[in-house]
Design a protein around this ligand. Structure first.
Ligand code: UDP
Ligand code: MG
Length: 319
């Protein structure tokens, strides 16, 4: 690394992306060629792929020393892969990017230009999500609205993990010790001077999406419970209102029984009330469980991921 030259690190999570490896590598190398004044490093995380992804990456890394591979011992998930990438990358700026070319590498020169002009975070916003399914688009919009209502940390809408972060931002992120890593939330939490660029989200180049509906549901729960305790608090309110209604209803029944005698045909209303409050309690317990479970997992202090092997040279921060 020459003195004064800056290095940009790409962080790329790969999980069963065999069909797209060489397409991806060619696309980013073409972009690197447009930015000769910077050095590049590509930290590829093989997140427990069961196909030929690793072999494909090894082939690329053999030819091109800019590519490094972190091989996980199993599938730990995209958030863990991004965290690993942040710890391993040595660049002055980091760019997490998906391996399926849905995040266009062609945007990188614009991001770098904004960074050179003083931005510490350059967000890439999806101007058009028409390549996503109707369900995914609408559920995403609903999630952002709900999350930003409930939480003090505002997540910018239609912004994914694709972004550029200055070294200072990465060092701040590395200090966050939590195990449940909802990256979008953590990114927003650290703050910093931010610039937003728009891009059009393209369909995947190869293989299938690794995020089916139920995974996204869990992801949304993760996001909200990681950054807000409103769902916990709501229950004291709902409980209080329920107790008040029940108390009034109880008074009515008792008074009526005292005045009019025993009223046998109360079966339907009784059952409705019992079932209703039963289900309300179950929901409340479920929400409590989300938080208790989270505390439990955090308290175990397990590492976020296990690396089987590293391939390719790790360059020092200083020459
Ligand atoms: N990915 C990963 N681990 C996983 C699931 C996904 O590293 O357990 C990677 C995947 O290889 C891709 C990125 O995360 O590079 C985004 O995944 P995908 O394209 O399936 O998500 P979508 O674009 O559908 O939201
Ligand atoms: Mg994708």
């Amino acid at each position: 690394m020459t003195q004064g030259r800056k290095t940009i690190s790409l962080i790329v999570p790969f999980h069963d992306e065999a069909g797209g490896v060489s397409l991806f590598c060619d696309a980013v190398c073409a972009v690197f060629a447009q930015l000769p004044e910077y050095d590049f490093e590509v930290v590829c995380i093989d997140d427990g792929s069961s196909d030929r992804t690793l072999a494909g990456l090894m082939r690329v890394a053999e030819r091109d020393p800019r590519f490094r591979i972190i091989e996980f011992s199993r599938n730990f998930g995209k958030e863990a892969a991004l965290t690993a990438g942040m710890h391993e990358a040595t660049g002055d700026a980091l760019i997490p990017i998906d391996a399926d070319l849905q995040d266009p590498p062609e945007l990188i020169p614009d991001m770098v230009a904004a960074w050179r002009d003083g931005a510490e975070v350059v967000l890439a916003r999806r101007a058009d999500r028409s390549s996503d399914t109707f369900f995914k688009r609408n559920s995403a919009a609903l999630f952002y609205r709900l999350h930003n209502r409930l939480s003090a940390v505002q997540i910018p809408e239609n912004v994914g993990d694709f972004r550029l972060m200055d070294r200072a931002v990465v060092d701040a992120l590395k200090q966050l010790p939590e195990r449940h890593r909802f990256m979008k939330g953590l990114f927003a939490w650290v703050g910093f001077r931010t610039v937003t660029l728009d891009y059009v989200r393209k369909p995947r180049v190869a293989d299938k999406s690794k995020f089916p509906g139920w995974k996204l549901w869990n992801f949304a729960l993760e996001g909200i419970t990681s950054f807000s305790v409103v769902p916990l608090r709501i229950w004291s309110g709902i409980g209080a209102i329920g107790a008040l209604i029940t108390f009034i209803y109880g008074l009515v029944i008792v008074t009526r029984t005292l005045l009019l005698g025993v009223d046998v045909p109360g079966y339907a209303s009784l059952l409705v009330v019992v079932l209703f409050f039963g289900s309300v309690q179950l929901i409340g317990i479920g929400i409590l469980g989300e938080y208790v479970g989270r505390t439990y997992m955090e308290s175990k202090n397990r590492p976020l991921y296990i690396v089987r092997k590293r391939h390719g040279a790790k360059r020092g921060r200083e020459p």
